[in-house]
Design a protein. Structure first.
Length: 318
């Protein structure tokens, strides 16, 4: 059934793809973004649609959001909370960024929901909440000790969503993303490598020794999974890992593939140690048995998602 959805972080990489998908499914969509990393051009298609409204607004500005939603007579049923600081390294030097953009946005979105009587929230969480663990990460893996402020603020966000479901909200969906890749990305390893090679075509500097190995999921599959699970999973609080089938990709693979696509003669210069930066989890592997049991399975392997994203990022960087 068509719903009215509020998407926070709507002009960002994942938020803008989500907006497009929700509109294509016939929903009415209200988007906000403070343009920390968002880009208006990501919403070029959506802004032509009648069912879409957008305002440059900070999710922490509860009064401003209330005024906007009231002026739109929005009657929002569900918030897709995508806004956060997505630059994990930035939070390493200034943790306030994660407190404000990653945790407080969740806290304030819940305040907005309670004030307006909005019952449902779907939340973009992250593998970063798990910290360092050997073996497959399951939704009930623990204890959870994140090693980045970003991961800590995502975990705290999960906590306040759980408490909100107990206090007033009807239902919550927590989606723990892996690394997500695709067109319109605003950050991340492929984006960084393409950008670096465009600037200095002779050499690609890699943070860490290239052995970091993680699952990469194409954004189209992430949106498929979220929309599917939000429609199907009907516990009060629903929590799912989303990832490609048990496969992962090394940073070395990505560096070599980007060089082949962008500047084939460039030399790759690796750094030392397996961690790209403070707070980087160098290796992890997800169990997706729970979402598969619900009925969703990914189609692309991690390497296939990376290869497709490199083509997409290279095309837009041309
Ligand atoms: N891309 C990934 O690999 C990945 C992995 C795990 C989790 N996530 C999560 O998915 C969500 C979307 O990430 P993304 O990759 O699209 O990053 P992104 O930076 O492109 O999108 C986040 C958007 O939120 C906006 N934003 C930040 N603070 C805000 C605020 N206070 N008010 C309003 N808008 C604000 C930014 O301007 C940006 O447009 C984030 O919550 C991120 O933490 C992403």
């Amino acid at each position: 059934m068509p719903a009215t959805c509020l998407v926070t972080g709507a002009a960002g990489f994942i938020g803008s793809h989500l907006v497009d998908r929700l509109l294509s499914l016939g929903h009415r969509v209200i988007g906000i973004d403070n343009m920390l990393l968002g880009r208006k051009e990501n919403l070029a298609g959506a802004l032509r649609k009648q069912n879409f409204r957008f305002r440059e607004l900070d999710a922490n500005d509860v009064a401003g959001c209330l005024e906007f939603l009231k002026s739109e007579r929005a009657g929002v049923q569900i918030v897709w909370h995508m806004a956060a600081n997505s630059d994990i390294q930035a939070g390493g030097t200034n943790p306030d960024v994660d407190l404000n953009a990653t945790f407080l946005t969740t806290y304030n979105v819940l305040k907005l929901m309670q004030t307006l009587g909005i019952g449902e929230i779907a939340f973009a969480s992250s593998s970063a909440i798990y910290g360092l663990h050997d073996g497959l990460l399951h939704e009930d893996t623990g204890p959870l000790f994140p090693i980045s402020t970003y991961g800590a603020m995502k975990l705290a966000s999960e906590g306040v969503i759980s408490a909100a479901v107990e206090r007033f909200a009807k239902r919550g969906w927590i989606f723990r993303f892996p690394n997500v890749v695709g067109s319109r990305s605003t950050h991340g390893v492929i984006y960084d490598f393409v950008k670096k090679l465009k600037a200095t075509s002779g050499e690609l500097e890699v943070l860490g020794d290239g052995t970091q190995q993680k699952p990469y999921l194409h954004v189209s599959e992430l949106i498929d999974a979220m929309v599917f699970a939000q429609g199907k999973a009907q516990e009060r609080l629903n929590c799912y890992n989303i990832a490609p089938p048990t496969s992962s990709t090394t940073v070395r693979y990505i560096a070599e593939a980007v060089v082949r696509a962008v500047s084939p003669k460039a030399k790759i210069r690796y750094g030392a140690g397996s961690r790209g930066w403070v707070g980087d989890v160098p290796r992890f592997a997800y169990s997706i048995a729970k979402i598969q049991k619900l009925g969703w399975s990914p189609k692309m392997t991690s390497d296939e998602a990376v290869d497709l994203a490199i083509r997409e990022n290279f095309e837009t960087a041309k």
